[in-house]
Ligand binder design. Structure first.
Ligand code: NI
Length: 143
């Protein structure tokens, strides 16, 4: 595994839409493992591939002791509202209040291409929305 360099605002790659993952191979699994290592090293709650310069729809999240790896995630439903402080490893020194759904259901694929469904509330819901935004070039600064 390897630590990856995190792109920081205003790097234009953070504003570029990422492409779907179509091949679930060792290269993808290495990317996901390296992203997780990088997220933990920086004590982040989540990390999206564009943040490490890779324009693929892959994210890792750990909002409380369990690593979640998602490729091609899509929000199926969102309910409620939460207004909390948010930050981002790509926007060092910046934090602010955002409005996010309180609970979301997300469809995605795991590192082997198997379809999975994740339900998240509170911090996990916020992290899912934040990381999926990254795949579309959206930053919490926009919220
Ligand atoms: Ni972020």
């Amino acid at each position: 595994m390897a630590l990856l360099e995190i792109c920081t605002y205003p790097d234009p790659i953070l504003r570029t839409k990422a492409s779907p993952v179509s091949v679930f191979d060792e290269e993808l699994r290495r990317l996901i493992a390296d992203m997780a290592e990088t997220m933990y090293k920086h004590e982040g709650v989540g990390l999206a591939a564009p943040q490490v310069g890779v324009l693929r729809r892959a994210v890792v999240i750990d909002s409380g002791g369990e690593l979640i790896e998602l490729t091609n995630p899509v929000i199926l439903s969102a309910r409620g509202q939460q207004r909390t402080i948010e930050g981002c490893l790509s926007c060092p020194g910046k934090v602010g209040y955002t409005l996010r759904p309180e609970r979301v259901t997300v469809k995605a694929y795991d590192r082997y291409g198997k379809e999975i469904t994740i339900k998240g509330t509170d911090l996990l819901a916020k992290a899912l929305c934040h990381e999926i935004d990254h795949l579309d070039g959206v930053l919490f600064l926009d919220k």
